[in-house]
Design a protein around this ligand. Structure first.
Ligand code: CP
Ligand code: NVA
Length: 314
């Protein structure tokens, strides 16, 4: 494979909107190559002697395992840092933690609640800081989703994606990613569950430049007509457990089932970032059916996270 570009060394990845379409494309292109190399059982040990810290304030299966496996495959070492075990839990500031960890690590991933905490980390760290999910963004997921869509459809521009359900963190990053790549993204939510207005505004601006579009509707059937991909996510995200009953009630008409999928394009795929609550936002028929790309999305977390690390870590 060709050499790894050096232009992104040192960069943090806290949100999709701070990376240009070309920069995002560089991650996707390298991820494709790394996937092919891995299939040939070829190793690319570009992170020898590097230690990457992984701070988790919330549970994780895919993000954590994809990082730990990916770092090992690149020849580095992963350090799992549950937030409850750090001095952060006893009030040490993000600023001080970022300065100290920058002296010890080569990069840092953080999964937390408030996006501002990730931004504060990135501001004070002298190493790349990667957002592993916040209440308002999940940019790593959007990278894997873009890779998965590109694999299936060849390119992203012009693709129609319907996101159905809760206008949450996954929806936000998907909107920003889709808009940057000229996709037509329609989001269907009940009133009160729409994605944040500033995310929609930013995505709308990007879509105007890329030839894509962004639309919000309430009727899930209207959203999926002509869609190439129908995407959903849980109705109660991590941290929203107390609102679960209300959310289940309000979002019940937004379940992705075979009947809804039948209204989409003939070759439409179903997508889910996982973990899924089967029988809530997605039926078993769809999740385990032949049109579902959720398992591919999960695998592509590995390839995209490896590509990102290989590009940003010095
Ligand atoms: N999709 C995703 O981020 O999964 P985990 O919560 O298991 O990391
Ligand atoms: N919206 C979900 C995504 C989990 C990967 C959550 O934040 O819990």
């Amino acid at each position: 494979m060709a050499g790894i570009p050096t232009t992104l060394k040192g960069r943090s990845f806290t949100r999709i909107s701070s990376w240009s379409p070309d920069e995002l494309r560089a991650v996707l292109d390298l991820a494709d190559e790394l996937k092919a190399e891995r299939a040939r059982r070829r190793e690319l040990r570009v992170l020898p002697g590097r230690t990457i810290g992984l701070i988790f304030h919330k549970p994780s299966t895919r993000t954590r395992v994809a990082f730990e496996v990916g770092i090992a495959e690149l020849g580095g070492m992963a350090l799992f840092l549950p937030a409850s075990e750090l001095q952060l839990a006893r009030g040490e500031s993000y600023r001080d933690t970022a300065i100290v960890l920058s002296r010890l690590l080569s990069a840092l991933m953080i999964r937390t609640f408030d996006q501002d905490e990730v931004e504060e980390f990135a501001e004070h760290a002298s190493i790349p800081v990667i957002n592993g999910l916040t209440d308002t963004a999940h940019p790593l997921q959007a990278l894997a989703d873009a890779m998965t869509l590109r694999e299936r459809f060849g390119s992203l521009a012009g693709l129609r994606l319907a996101y159905v359900g809760d206008g949450n963190n996954v929806c936000h990053s998907l909107l920003r990613m889709g808009a940057r790549f000229g996709m037509h993204v329609v989001v269907a939510t009940p009133p009160g569950y729409e994605p944040d207005a500033h995310v929609v505004e930013g995505a709308t601006r990007d879509a105007a430049a890329s030839g894509g579009s962004v639309a919000l509707v309430q009727d899930p059937r209207e959203a999926v007509v002509g869609a190439h991909a129908v995407y959903t996510d849980v109705w109660a995200s991590m941290g929203q457990e107390g609102e679960r009953e209300r959310r289940l009630r309000d979002l019940a008409p937004y379940r992705v089932d075979d009947a809804l999928l039948a209204l989409a394009d003939r070759d439409a795929v179903a997508m889910h970032c996982l973990p899924a609550h089967v029988g809530e936002e997605i039926t078993a028929e769809v999740l385990y059916g032949p049109r579902c790309l959720a398992w591919e999305q999960a695998e592509n977390r590995l390839h995209t996270q490896k590509a990102l690390m290989a590009l940003v870590i010095r």
